[in-house]
Design a binder for this molecule. Sequence first.
Ligand code: NAD
Length: 827
Amino acid sequence: MNVAEIFETMDYGPAPESPTPALAWIKERQPFGLFINGQWVKPASGQYLDSINPSTGKPLAQVASASSADVDAAVAAARSAFETWGKTPGHVRARYMYAIARHIQKHSRLLAVLESLDNGKPIRETRDIDIPLVARHFYYHAGWAQLMASELPGYEPVGVVGQIIPWNFPLLMLAWKIAPALAMGNTVVLKPARYTPLTALKFAEIMQEVDLPPGVVNILTGEASQVGEALVRHPDVNKIAFTGSTDVGRNLRRATAGSGKKLSLELGGKSPFIVFDDADLDSVVEGVVDAIWFNQGQVCCAGSRLLVQEDVAERLIDKLRARMEKLRIGDPLDKAVDIGAIVSSAQLKEIQRLVAQGVDEGAVMWQPSWACPTEGYFFPPTLFTNVSPATTIAQVEIFGPVLVSMTFRTPAEAVALANNTRYGLAASVWSENINLALDVAPKLKAGTVWVNCTNLFDASSGFGGYRESGFGREGGKEGLYEYVRPVWETAPRATARVAPTIHEWDVQPSMVGAGLAQETSLHEDEDTRDHAKTFESSNGYGLVLPAIDRTPKMFINGKQVRPDSGYSRDVYDPTGHVIGQVGEGNRKDIRNAVEAAHAASGWASVTTHSRAQILYYIAENLSVREGEFARRIVQQTGRSQEDAIAEVQAAISRLFSYAAWADKFEGVVHRPPLRGVVLAMKEAIGVIGMACPEEYPLLGFVSLVAPAIAMGNTVVVIPSQQSPLSATDCYQVLETSDLPGGVVNIVTGDRDTLSQVLADHDDVEAMWYFGSAEGCKRVELASAGNMKRTWVNYSHPRNWLDPVQGEGEEFLHEATQVKNIWVPYGE
Ligand code: NAD
């Protein structure tokens, strides 16, 4: 072809990147060993696996296949390294992490080529996106290592972390996992994906280059069934951080239930790409290319559902087809290639299967006229129209270059369609009307929302899911909490402990809150066990009247309702006297309460000022009845009057704390390296089910309910089983404090039976449980159904009177999830 012909056709010539240095690097080292305790070691099994080049289908390298014996060795090395690394000053850790970032940049081309060879993704992406983001992640977290002591006081590292990552962004996912873990002082055993181990092995070499202390980072290649499972079940691992599919994530939730291991899950998605009719359609077309054909569509947050406003749908689809015709597929090392190879033949078959199913289900499939390379695993960009929202291809994560499109008429319909999925990872909104885009963004159930852009990432802006896309965040300050625990939690979380009795806690006046004078006194002659007794009263006519019966019911939707079962349960004082009855709640009561809590979801949109006012008002109304509430505590628990008064006053102080936080625990604005801002909004989680601790019947109840509702959640609460009357006495306080019906719902009864129903319920978004070790396990197991967030105490006691343990950031963090809204600006 001569220059004139090229000018005529405007065809790209090949622009190949040489694989020679990367292939030489592989040849010198293979078969690769395991990286344990700073050394390369042979796998205990003596077995090796092939890593395949997906663009040729041929073996690229031989890597070790680790087994549980290697996992034991790596965990032991990480544990021993933790003894020192966990205490290493932040500045020292920051220096190592800075060095890691620098070395990644020094080896950037080798890493980019290795990644393209191993994964099949175009070099344009590995060179310009993956590797720069990896370096940025280590720089950013070097900063958090430096600042940990001042910015996260009261927190310490979790310990040894097991990390499991997928194949779609091999080195980037490694960076998202290892950088925050090391910054916070943890040590790591990481398992790369079976298909893509090579850049992790180069990373291990970098650990040697920077002289990272042995055992701080250990890397084990191998099969999920060998390494992955052994890591997840290992008793000396304190946390599992997982990125991968929702099905495996669900298994890990079940496998770790009750073990006390901290868990973060970054799972799959089916993200909407919403186009309003005033959007710039040419920009939209380029956006779609980046949304679904970036990395062959093997992106957890791929914009795989195109939702277009009806009046521009035809025009957009025409433009899109024209653009698809021009996409270039082929050798991932060609710098002018847009679409590379699918990672494996198994993944290719899965894409082919789902596409065939889409055709069978009646959707219209369109692919460009050109043909894919015949060698290697390639699949053309594919567009489905005439898709109905309930079909498989509209609901299931295809994880390939396949876009399904649907239309809508109104913004409300767009939101409904967008949220019509079990996932909640990301969304893009395209409109030239920023008011509309920013109105829609908070309504989308997604951890990241991109306005007029897509697939942008930065270490400063946390990433993670809502709903079945998992829980936990990576990046941003919020991501750090996944790798720390409160200092006061001294024992390993999995070790069950017996709660000290209330008198063993060192109750000091300072714990009760800002110097509250204990003015309330209970009259010595007052009978604190009078409730169930008939007590005599003279009405002036010489008649002796029995006390009027007060039977607390359930509190659902702002109303006191009878238990569905028609049964009541006795409440006893410590000496075994019946002091009252409460309703025996059942499945139906819980379901009604959850329905009421959902119906009250407008509470999340009430201004933070109003929510604060209502919390103050609850505190005010509680304080009016301070003596009565203290007497109730004495009556139920047999504790001293002073203790009881301290508890009521602490509850009032706590309500004040969360009234204060309601309009102060706010989001932040990030400034990632782009022209624009990222609004990190702290949003309510939704409906939270909660089982209150046995001890502190009033304070335990208030300590859980107040932060949850301050942040805009609605709650279904199971009060202390032994001493539920403090919570049921709150009905009247809540009723007279302007709290809308359904925001707080209370169901009394058997804690574990009711908790099970809540944890099983698919419309409950989070579950907090403070009870037995067995109960904690059951809650975590059941939560895997809809991947609800859980917060359980593994039967560890907490001193609810102590503000450090009983209130503050940890509670607010549990009551919120962060949504990052990306808003680029400029013409
Ligand atoms: P996968 O779930 O099959 O595997 C992920 C990792 O888990 C691999 O290392 C695998 O070997 C390991 N694994 C599999 N079964 C295991 C088990 N029983 N115990 C322990 N480890 C096990 O996922 P994949 O196919 O590698 O990756 C694609 C999935 O990852 C997609 O669903 C995608 O959406 C998701 N993903 C999510 C994010 C995110 O940030 N949310 C990012 C990238 C990918």
